[in-house]
Write a protein that binds this ligand. Structure first.
Ligand code: B12
Ligand code: SF4
Length: 489
């Protein structure tokens, strides 16, 4: 069977890492790796490089088209893509999968879509394709949200969590034509590797633990070593919680060294409390890459703030983590959350904390109720009618306590105090001195774009525009209300 897998453009890459981090569609590569041994002909098209879903449909004549939906901000663009596919291939079976689709499927219940996959694609997608092939009723396929003559229905869940070694390696060769375009800032090309999936913690702004019921699954050491050995020089590890299982992480580091794996750059994501007590582990991992960066959620600069989001770690752990990471020469890219309910003093406390502990490399995102999280359940009534594209953790979604104007001034000022402000301590010329001649035009583009985050009007303009559209009934996501369905209900 011809199967086409599409990674749409997210639609909104105005802020944050989106435009500067473009990584391979790893989820689709694992789905493809599960389908190829069954004899199917699978194409992955990354529409972020070459738009035109219809062109890919005409070229590959698929019986099944799968579309990935990673972030909530992509819902509207995914539906548009499905409609384009439907027009080009009226008889194709169109389904959507991916993190945001599973975490909250309501916005995808559109006439152009036949099913949403509600669990890992490695197991559910082959089962669905087999059923289509053999004419088995789709209600018998597990873990689907399915469009039927009686409306959208849920099929039974998978009997157990899929083991990650069911599909040990992704089908990376299916995206080789895009490889030179995958990059994280100046690291290019970049490879995305998954060593484990899920998280046992319970932060209220996060949808990962909810989706996987606080489970944490690991790939076998052999499969991970193989993946590292066969990928390039710059690696972004997709795991939400790297180093979570210290004995296994230690074993993995030793196995990678034994295999002679050495990378130019590795980026991992982890937790402060874990890092604060894992000095030995960090020491073992450090020689595996020339540059080694950690994305670290500092979230708040007070214990009260951290307990308010059930982080289950305190400021003490944040500081200890920074200390341990620095002492082993890791780069720390922290992230802090800014709460729309903040007073002026909360901003000042954060600025002082960042300055006192040298955390100016951090990013600052708005505490946002993303669908599939506890926060969303708390706030969903006031989110009605907002466009999904605004759920990027940089758009104000409602009037903040300080009023939009003052809040945006303080939010922009927070960014101005970061290392990214080229009118601050580190000038544009200092940034340019760090890169090679050929990289200068790209670096100028990145820094220019970043400066917009330091201007209050950037945020205010979008906030006012959305409010205008919502009040006249023009904006999108009514389904943010209360969908009568599935996991997201
Ligand atoms: C890589 C990544 C990114 C990359 C995006 C990639 C790019 N631009 O090229 C970067 C770093 C840029 C990024 C940015 C952001 N991200 Co992001 N990102 C991830 C991350 C770490 C890995 C995704 C991944 O590849 N996982 C590994 C693969 C194997 O898993 P998977 O994609 O889920 O695929 C499986 C299934 O979902 C399914 N599947 C997937 N696609 C399909 C398709 C079909 C047809 C089928 C059948 C099945 C299927 O099968 C696969 C195998 O089981 C996830 C966390 C995570 N662990 O998933 C967060 C995550 C998706 N991101 C998140 C967030 C919040 C963001 C940001 C908003 C953060 C910010 N502060 O700015 C921005 C938004 C950027 C933008 N404007 O687009 C949240 C999403 C929350 C939500 N509900 O929206 C996540 C879940 C992280 C978290 N812990 O909360 N992100
Ligand atoms: S934010 Fe990180 S630590 Fe918290 S639940 Fe999500 S993945 Fe786990």
């Amino acid at each position: 069977m011809n199967i086409l897998l599409l990674r749409p453009h997210p639609g909104n890459e105005q802020f944050g890492l989106g435009p500067f981090f473009r990584v391979e569609p790893l989820g689709l590569e694992y789905v493809a790796a599960a389908l190829l041994p069954l004899g199917h002909s699978v194409t992955i098209a990354d529409l972020r490089f070459r738009p035109g879903a219809a062109t890919w449909v005409r070229r590959t004549r698929p019986r099944v088209v799968g579309i990935s939906c990673l972030h909530a901000l992509e819902y509207d663009r995914v539906v548009e893509t499905a409609r384009e596919v439907r027009r080009a291939a009226p008889d194709a079976f169109i389904l959507v999968g991916g993190h945001a689709a599973m975490a909250f499927n309501a916005p995808l219940e559109d006439d152009s879509i036949d099913a949403v996959i509600m669990d890992d694609g490695e197991e559910t997608m082959p089962a669905l394709v087999r059923a289509l092939d053999k004419g088995v009723p789709l209600r018998e396929v597990p873990a689907l949200r399915l469009k039927t003559a009686d409306g959208w229905v849920s099929t039974p869940p998978l009997p157990a969590r899929t083991g990650l070694d069911l599909v040990p390696l992704p089908a990376r060769d299916l995206v080789s034509r895009h490889r030179s375009g995958y990059h994280c800032l100046l690291f290019k090309p970049v490879w995305l590797i998954e060593t484990a999936r899920g998280c046992p913690f319970r932060c209220s702004f996060c949808s990962i633990w909810q989706l996987y019921d606080r489970t944490y699954r690991e790939r076998s050491i052999a499969a991970v070593v193989e993946d590292f050995a066969n990928t390039g020089d710059a690696v972004f590890v997709a795991d939400d919680l790297f180093w979570n299982n210290p004995p296994r992480s230690m074993e993995l580091a030793r196995a990678l060294k034994k295999r002679g794996v050495f990378k130019r750059w590795i980026l991992v994501q982890s937790r402060t409390d874990l890092i604060s007590r894992s000095a030995e582990l960090l020491e073992e991992w450090r020689p595996i890459a020339g540059d080694f960066d950690i994305f670290l959620g500092f979230e708040f600069a007070t214990d009260r703030g951290l307990s308010g989001i059930t982080k289950d770690a305190g400021v003490k752990e944040s500081l200890a983590a920074a200390e341990v990471a620095r002492s082993h020469r890791y780069g720390i890219n922290g992230n802090f959350l800014i709460d729309p309910d903040w007073d002026e003093d909360d901003f000042r406390h954060l600025w002082d904390f960042v300055a006192a502990h040298g955390l100016q490399r951090s990013g600052f995102t708005l505490l946002t109720p993303l669908p599939g999280t506890d926060l969303y359940e708390r706030d969903k009534a006031r989110l009605k009618g907002l466009p999904w594209a605004d759920f990027d953790m940089h758009h104000l979604l409602w009037e903040p306590k300080l009023g939009a104007e003052r809040f945006c001034e303080l939010y922009a000022e927070t960014w101005r105090r970061s290392i990214l402000n080229t009118s601050g301590d580190k000038k544009l010329t200092d940034w340019l001195r760090q890169v090679r001649l050929l990289q200068i035009p790209y670096m100028i583009k990145v820094m220019r774009r970043t400066q917009a985050m330091m201007k209050p009007e950037t945020y205010l303009r979008d906030y006012n525009a959305t409010r205008g559209r919502v009040s006249t009934g023009g904006a999108g996501a009514d389904s943010a209300g209360c969908p009568p369905c599935g996991r997201s209900a």
